[in-house]
Each structure stands twice: as structure tokens, then as C-alpha cells.
Design a binder for this molecule. Sequence first.
Ligand code: GUN
Length: 306
Amino acid sequence: MKACILSGKPVAEQIKNEVKEEIRKLDFRPVLAVIRVGDDPASAIYVKNKIKAAEEVGIVSEHYHFAEEISQEELIKEIDKLNENPEIDAILVQLPLPRHIEEKEIFRRIDYRKDVDGFHPINAGKLFQGRSSLAPCTPAGVIELLKRNGIQIKQKHAVVVGRSNIVGKPMAILLLREDATITICHSQTKNLFEITRQADILVVAVGKAGFIRSEGIKEDAVVVDVGINQIKDEKKLGEFFDGEELEKRIEIFERRGTVVVGDVNPKEAMQKASFLTPVPGGVGLLTVAMLMKNTLKAAIERRANL
Ligand code: GUN
């Protein structure tokens, strides 16, 4: 084993404590509305984690759970109500949404000042232009994780694999803002691993279990794994883990029938990278912490302009 594990927990705790301290000084408590549609089990867990974190830091959360069958028009009406409600500081619509609902339409409808996910085109545009905005939580969390672990971003070659609006694109922009030289790779990139092998900082968000293996990693790279994938075949676990970690994962599999892994093969990455974020326990914790930070920011800024 060579790489240091870049755990998300201490940084996430630090950020949540800072938010909690700030909220303690306010004469109001920020209010976050969390919307969940349908019964996706992973979404239910994510929403539960967000509500728990809100409680920890002193944010009031309101949970709205709608049936899978809710129409786009009905959902938009619900969002309009939250937009107009002066008590609500922040609105989060958990993804994925059912197929009959257009995500873009939903995110466009949320008041951009309450858009703590940073998905509204106004927030995306502000981020693009380097203006103060609500930045998407996962990539913003990756920056915090790197900075607070003393990892230099400036002048490094950062390669982002994945070009989603939620992670890949904003991640590249945020790394650029920190003076990295950036490359974005995606499903149409030729010789992708030749490019990822040039990365000082490699951020992977493609949703493919163990997609990045040894050949795609430069010696001593900092590897950030944003993927969350389920392994449902116990025989595969040996490809991802060895030693004690394998034993731990087999035990988890026997209890739950599934094991969560990232987009990077940890067994191989550990032999090459200088730092590697674990899955779970890495970037995911930062996403939740940054949601708290964005909720506080949205609350302060909107209320200052009421
Ligand atoms: N689903 C997966 N990631 C995210 C996220 O960052 N925000 C929301 N709202 N849903 C998600």
C-alpha cells in the first residue's frame, strides 16, 4: 500500500462545525426544503443524510415527498409555492427524478437565490464567469477536501473524467479557478487512459465501477473518486479489494447483498497514487457538508436583500 487515504470525514466535520458556529450567531435559523419524488432507495438514504446533517448544524429542514406519478406541472406548482414562501431559504430537489419529469425544467424553475444545488442556469453562468454564486456541492466539496489537506492545485494538471452538469463541468471550472491546468475527458475521448495518466490531480465521475485502473493513473497522482456504484456479484469483490479491506467488504456483502464502490479500482490505485479518496467515506460526506454551507450562504444573502 502506498497511497494515503483522503478521508472525507474530518473535513466534512470541520465544515459542518464552521456552519454550526455561524448559525449560532444568527438571529434566525436557515430553512431548507428537501423534495423527493418516488421511492428510489438510494435517494431515500441521501435525503435522510441531508436532513440529519441539517439538524446537526441548526438548519431547519422540511421534507416533501411526492409520489412517482406526480406530473411535471404539479411539481412546478409545489416549487413555486416554496419560491414564494419567504420563510424558505433553500430548495433541494433530489435526483434522479422520474423519467416523465424534465430535470432541466425543474431546476430552471427554482428561485436561483434558493438553489443550493447550484444547478440553475444563473448559478452555472456565474460560476462560469468566476462570480460569487452557489456552486454545486460535490465539486465544491472536492476543492475543500484538497485545500484543507494541503494539496496544491495551482499549476497542477487536473484531469476530470465525466462532463455532467452536476459534477464534471463545474469541477473543471472550479479547478480552473484555483489555477490548475484542466483537461476534461468523456465517453468520446480517444486514448482516455493516456490522458488520465498525465494527471497530477485526477477526478473521476463517470458512474462505472472501477473504471480507472492502474494504467490510467500517474505515479503519485492525487485521485478523487466521485463514483457511487453498487456491486451485486460477490465474486467481483476480489477485483476491487484485498487483505483486510476485502474481508470487511465480504462481510458487508453478506449482510446487505450489495457493496458500494467508486469509479476507481482502489486495489490498483492504492499502489500508484499518493492520495486516494475512499468510497464510501470520501467525497459523498463533503457533498452533504457543502449543502449545509450553501444553505447558510443562501439564507444570509437572500435575507440581506429582503
Ligand atoms: N443526486 C446525486 N447527486 C445529487 C446532488 O448533488 N444533488 C441532488 N439534488 N441530487 C443528487
